[in-house]
Write a protein that binds this ligand. Structure first.
Ligand SMILES: [Fe+2]
Ligand SMILES: [Fe+2]
Length: 342
């Protein structure tokens, strides 16, 4: 029987790295094994723990939620072909902005190091000490926050620093000014959705779902970055730097997998338990969670995606239109999307 109960120190434990992770003079999280393979930070026990909780859930007859097909169905906007077209025109600023915004949003993830989830055991009938939910405050949220925003205490950069390094490798430092960054990328509050449980718990369940959606949707951007940076026709004057940037993106992508892993375990576990309601009754997790989960997937996969695309599109159409042959460039840009869809 796999180990299901971990101390905070165990969740936070690092591999014994053969080589530290440094880029452009920055000390970054994680490290390399003797063969030179990148190892994500704090995953010595965290990964085995996540897998064990997922397996235990399945062994109890639960299934693991997976919204990734819906969240990644439409790919990135602009597409790889459209991005290459923009780069060819010297409009790298679109990608520069996307990379900067991603880095700033990653840095906000550091807030998770200061967050304490409420005691879910007090509103759940079953014993949750051997589940991911039971370990949120035993290192899962803290490790996640450090992964995203770095560890200021020991000067190790996290994903924020890694995205800025990717951007600088591709375009050079300070190539363009910093763009405006959206205030929030989670769904706005809609009033009480799960009145069966206290508000604080509802807020936490929604937070965890929102973060899981954002993590899963990021896959579109990872595969987009990978293809744009590895395409030989892009960044022709700095191919080596572009390939290195793609490798950094792969490392970030590898680090994100345990986030998706534990958050999908948490949401799935919440579906599988019985909640004690505020009026003294009981409700099956599925009955309460599923409608909320489905609404959340729909918002992130469709509503918010449309909104985001419109924002990026307005910006790049304005930039294309400012060119002397603007209308023709917009036509060419759009025809590249159609070719992909065909
Ligand atoms: Fe991240
Ligand atoms: Fe993440």
């Amino acid at each position: 029987m796999a180990k299901l109960s971990y101390s905070r120190d165990e969740i936070m434990a690092e591999h014994p790295y053969a080589k530290p992770h440094t880029e452009a003079g920055y000390r970054l999280h994680g490290g390399f094994d003797a063969a030179g393979h990148y190892i994500s930070p704090r995953t010595l026990n965290r990964w085995p723990a996540i897998r064990a909780w997922q397996e235990a859930l399945k062994a109890r007859g639960g299934d693991l939620v997976d919204a990734s097909p819906q969240l990644t169905a439409r790919g990135n906007f602009p597409s790889v072909e459209q991005q290459s077209f923009l780069l060819e025109l010297g409009l790298g600023q679109i990608l520069w902005d996307a990379l900067t915004i991603t880095g700033v949003i990653e840095a906000r993830g550091a807030r998770l190091t200061e967050a304490t989830a409420p005691d879910f055991q007090s509103i759940i009938v079953e014993d949750i000490s051997q589940t991911a939910v039971g370990h949120l405050n035993k290192g899962l949220l803290y490790a996640h926050g450090l992964d995203e925003g770095g560890n200021r205490a020991n000067g190790e950069g996290g994903h924020d620093a890694m995205w800025f390094a990717v951007r600088d490798l591709l375009f050079g430092k300070d190539a363009w000014p910093d763009p405006a960054v959206p205030e929030s990328i989670g769904r706005p509050e809609l009033g009480r959705l799960m009145p069966q449980i206290p508000k604080e718990y509802e807020e936490w369940i929604l937070l965890l779902m929102n973060v899981l959606m954002i993590e899963e949707r990021a896959e579109n951007f990872f595969s987009f970055c990978n293809r744009v940076m590895r395409a030989p026709e892009n960044f022709r004057d700095r191919r080596e730097a572009a390939l290195h940037a793609a490798e950094l993106v792969d490392r970030i992508r590898q680090d994100e997998a345990p986030h998706v892993g534990y958050l999908s375990a948490v949401v799935s576990e919440l579906r599988s338990v019985t909640f004690k309601t505020v009026d003294g009754g009981r409700i099956a997790g599925r009955a309460m969670i599923d409608p909320i989960w489905n609404g959340m997937v729909q918002w992130h996969a469709v509503t918010n995606l449309d909104h985001d695309r419109a924002r990026v599109r307005d910006d790049l159409i304005a930039k294309l239109s400012a060119r002397p042959n603007g209308a023709e460039l917009v036509r060419q840009f759009d025809s590249l999307a159609m070719r992909q869809a065909a």
